[in-house]
Design a protein. Structure first.
Ligand code: PAF
Length: 271
């Protein structure tokens, strides 16, 4: 695996790369969920490109940008092990030189749920993802279902702006106890981790009820609710629009909860 930190070097390295070129954008602090994205990319693509960039544009002023876990050498080992060909790991000034001011706004989907709690977050995500797509020029890009709203936002970005890249969703990878893997799980104390498990436990309870035939979104949401958990939201939504689910259509239960100082997200698709 070769690592590049600048756009011109990366472009030279990717000129004539075997197609399809697959791309796995990340912010590092890689875990098995990212490994699964790379494995899916490796299985489908002639060239596997990953990026590691802790994108300042998608963090709010009081969020965890400064303490976000960073360990490039460890991440490089994981990417190498999973068969990545090329890693792009730029510094912020490479993507955002002085005077950089552009923002990509994909409309109302970016302002509900995560977007309401983290104003500007999805504009930051869309801006960096669009830049990375222009730089890497992938045929396919892989995103985890764990960040379900991000996946919906990226799909809309690709559709609305006619991007010539296929967006491939990859299922959430969970720890044995059910907790959805996330780089931010590293912040949890053992007690907080136990508390955070309530999110997936609740979602699994709702899935069991759905499998028994329950179709009322309201009752499924109530089944998923764990007493004592500080939810930011727990709702049934349409997986593409994040509006109310249409009767009979698949519905996505989305949850975000605060455990100590950490926000945990999870979701489950029903139907
Ligand atoms: O999911 C992430 O790690 C980030 O939001 C992404 C897509 C790499 C953009 O910075």
């Amino acid at each position: 695996m070769r690592t590049y930190a600048t756009v011109p070097e990366l472009r030279v390295a990717l000129a004539g790369a075997p197609r399809p070129v697959g791309f796995v954008p990340t912010m590092g602090a890689l875990h098995e969920g990212h490994a699964e994205l790379v494995r899916r990319c490796r299985a489908a693509c002639g060239t596997v490109v990953a990026s590691i960039f802790v994108n300042p544009l998608q963090f709010g002023p009081s969020e965890d940008l400064a303490r976000y876990p960073r360990d490039l050498a460890k991440d490089q080992r994981l990417l190498e092990r999973e068969g990545t060909d090329v890693l792009f790991a730029p510094e912020p000034a490479e993507l955002y030189p002085d005077g950089f001011a552009a923002r990509v706004d994909i409309g109302p989907l970016a302002t509900v749920y995560e977007g309401a709690i983290r104003p500007g977050h999805f504009a930051g995500v869309c801006t960096v993802v669009l830049k990375l797509f222009h730089i890497v020029k992938p045929d396919v890009a892989f995103f985890g279902r764990k960040d379900a709203q991000q996946l919906a936002v990226i799909r809309k970005l690709a559709r609305d702006l006619d991007l010539d890249v296929a967006i491939e969703p990859v299922d959430t990878v969970r720890a044995e106890d059910g907790l959805a893997l996330s780089s931010r799980n590293a912040y949890l104390s053992p007690g907080e981790r136990g508390e955070g498990l309530g999110i997936s436990r609740g979602l699994f309870r709702a899935r069991a009820l759905f499998e028994k035939g329950e179709r009322s979104a309201k009752r499924l949401v109530e089944a998923a609710r764990e007493k004592g958990l500080a939810y930011d939201y727990l709702e049934a939504v349409d997986p593409d629009t994040f509006g109310p689910p249409a009767p009979g259509a698949p519905l996505l239960l989305v949850a975000a909860a605060r455990v100590g100082k950490t926000r945990l997200l999870d979701n489950i698709l029903l139907g």
